[in-house]
Design a protein around this ligand. Sequence first.
Ligand SMILES: [Zn+2]
Length: 466
Amino acid sequence: MILPKEQLFRFMRHIIMPEISGPGQKKLLESRGYITSHSIKNISLLLYYLAASGIGQLYVALEKPEDFSGLKANLLDLNPDLKIEFFNDFPTFPAEEKIDFAILADNFPELKGLEEVPKIITFTAPWYGYIRTTKEAGSLKIPLPEKENDSTQNSPGTIFSQCFAGVLAAIEAIKLCLNLGRHLEIPLYYNLFDMEFKTGEDVSVLESIVSEDPVKGKDLSNSRVLIVGSGGLGSPAAIALVLAGIKNLGLVDSDIVEISNLNRQILHSTSRIGMPKVESAEVFLKKINPEINIEKYLIRFTKENALEIIKDYDVIMDGVDNLPTRYLLNDACVLAGKPLAEAGVLRFEGIAMTILPGKGPCYRCVFPKMPPAGNIPSCSEAGVLGPVPGVMGILEAAEVVKLLTGCGRLLSGRLLIFDALELNFMTPEIKKNDECPVCGKDPSLKNLSGEYDFVCDIVENSNRKE
Ligand SMILES: [Zn+2]
């Protein structure tokens, strides 16, 4: 056997994908990464995803002394096999210490002994950022703007941008270790405020980067957000939303934490296996902010309770991975007039859209009918690369805050398609469909009766909340 039994279970969702499989996971477990940053906060989500994915050893160099004990304990609880060391300077590595990748997060020190190591470079500003992977040896000449003051340090846009860059960097690191897909040798620029993505050497995009965050100072403390599903999508979204200042959060999930969740569901941990996910999530989120109010729904989201649960929330977020519940959530939100941030993932891909009932297209406008149950691959059958739901969950969280504050351009009328192997984002336009069974001119679905039962029962056995 290539891996011990516990690691087989832990990384099952990776191993069942032929691109990774047992030997690939073994390679990840033997890999070493070096990360530099000006602060821990900037890279915490990155470290969670590297730990969850099974990267064997991490060296983390910080610009100034910081207390990393809490983060380190959380990372080791997520994956007890991780070896991690923190430094308050930039150590020189002996040549025999083989490092597989380096990640330079918002700082670019001279890395002695790492000239030949492939580097992932990120730069973040509120809502905006830049990421590039370079295998070039030698010095890094990167034309990036100077960071201004610290006034936007904890602003929602800064949080989302740093989380987003971190998860993308984790994907690039895994791809480097496995020699998988295409690397971002041409930089990617992202703009989460307007949900625009651009690759190219043209740095003029960066000129539009502002150091101010238009969302900073908007009061989010009374907003109520419901996340349906506390798994792969719900984990990063809940963390980012709490960091961004959301204080009232509802979490719906009937599952308990299992070891096979832990390659991606970073809200949970090894010591909390067997605990209901909503409770495990609360433990984690209250460490970030003890003041938050979490309403826990330890139940399945069904057509009987859907409208009752969503009615008290301002914005709803889809964190489920089974299609019947996704259709149910769409229909419930359209019928109740609740804005919905929606996303789904499979293997190396994700899609996302934001649904404004009555104003823009809904999920059924694009995908009118649920495919037959037997044709639906779920994450548990087809696998998913750990940080892929991380990317999609952060995008959803950013949409939630934009919905709440009325800022930026939403993914309404656009379908975001993410391909992690190519590290590519597309946002083709989608239109409201007059024939839509729930929001068209003559809708056939006027309530939630009937049609979710049959498919739900079949899929439920082999499907878990994502
Ligand atoms: Zn529709």
